[in-house]
Design a protein around this ligand. Structure first.
Ligand code: GDP
Ligand code: CA
Length: 331
């Protein structure tokens, strides 16, 4: 079986770990978000690609869910002693090595997709990990003007808003700069077209999945397949992190149903919601999307595998022509 997954960082990686456990023989291609990529200290950092690579390759910090295990921070401390910033982005020594290796290849003219393949030779993540594009796409946030005399109106890199400002300043707009003229990385459209199903893990629908879908051609290719998504919202909260701040910026409520309605029936065929959100099945906005409820908290590998199995089961049912007639479907 061939499965293609559009993934952000922590939520995507945890789901993928479960997916691999649920279906060890499947050929899995992961299209990773690069809108969060940022240049720091002259180095190209790809947070979401690295989170997937480290998590599936066994090098992740389990406590944080991102970054390397057994990290030390000598380099960052030495840089701080020179007053070299920014000080708000945590980069450990082991992680630095990844960014140095990536940047040196990029400087030689190697595209990010080939660089990612080279880095994965070490980590053997057991999936084909592709960046969404080899072009530079940068997620930027226009800060809302809060009030007279207060900061606002300017635009900052997504990481600055998320990590430095903790998304506390409301976002007026989220932009994927460069996306309009970006092309899907080699292999991305092919992997989507060849897939038996496309899965959307419980990744941030705006800045992770949304950034991937902003690359011209990807949304159309995905929409033509059987697509099952997993809600990143449980009981009106984003479980971990601040995804609600991103949803607010695009005028989408922080509910499992609103996120599915945002993706729309043109993209999604099936939608997994938590048991707490099972009323989403009756939401008229989700006509044409088959909704199924189950526990969606990825508290451990077994729980993540169970969610992945449910996504595959639903995709198989939808593919075999069940369509909107499935039990639990709103129409
Ligand atoms: P990021 O790039 O590290 O922010 O990671 P992703 O975009 O892949 O996913 C982050 C999202 O995963 C968060 O906004 C949460 O809404 C969602 N999430 C995190 N943990 C869980 C979980 O245990 N269950 C579900 N359903 N969603 C989760
Ligand atoms: Ca991310």
């Amino acid at each position: 079986m061939r499965i293609t997954v559009l993934a952000g960082g922590v939520g995507g990686a945890r789901f993928l770990r479960g997916l691999k456990a649920a279906t060890p023989d499947a050929e899995i291609t992961v299209v990773g978000n690069t809108g969060d990529d940022i240049d720091l200290f002259g180095l190209h950092v790809s947070p979401d690609l690295d989170t997937v690579m480290y998590t599936l390759g066994g090098g992740i910090s389990e406590e944080q869910g991102w970054g390397r295990d057994g990290e030390t921070f000598t380099v960052l401390h030495e840089l701080a002693a020179y007053g070299a910033g920014p000080g708000w982005f945590g980069l450990g020594d082991r992680d630095f090595a990844t960014h140095i290796a990536r940047t040196s290849m990029l400087r030689e003219g190697v595209p990010l997709s080939a660089v990612t393949r080279a880095l994965c030779e070490r980590w053997q993540p057991g999936v084909t990990l592709l960046p969404m594009t080899d072009n530079r796409v940068e997620t930027r946030v226009t800060l809302a003007v809060k009030g007279e005399g207060e900061a606002g109106g300017g635009t900052v890199h997504f990481q600055e808003w998320w990590v430095r400002l903790h998304a506390e300043v409301p976002a007026a707009e989220i932009l994927f700069t460069g996306a309009g003229s970006a092309a899907p990385a080699p292999g991305v459209l092919e992997a989507i077209e060849a897939a038996d199903c496309v899965l959307l893990p419980p990744s941030n629908p705006v800045v992770s999945v949304g950034a991937i879908l902003a690359v011209p051609g990807i949304a159309e290719a995905v929409g033509a397949k059987t697509v099952v998504g997993v809600s990143p919202i449980i009981g009106g909260t984003p479980v971990r992190g601040m995804a609600d701040a991103c949803l607010a910026a695009i005028g989408v409520d922080t509910t499992a149903a609103a996120v599915a309605a945002h993706y729309g029936a043109g993209l999604l065929d099936g939608w997994l919601v938590d048991d707490q959100d099972k009323e989403a099945a009756d939401d008229p906005r989700l006509a044409g999307i088959t909704v199924r409820a189950l526990p969606l908290l990825m508290r451990d590998l077994a729980a993540s595998a169970e969610i992945a199995r449910a996504a595959l089961t639903l995709a198989a049912e939808l593919r075999s022509g069940g369509g909107g007639d499935e039990p639990g479907a709103p129409s």
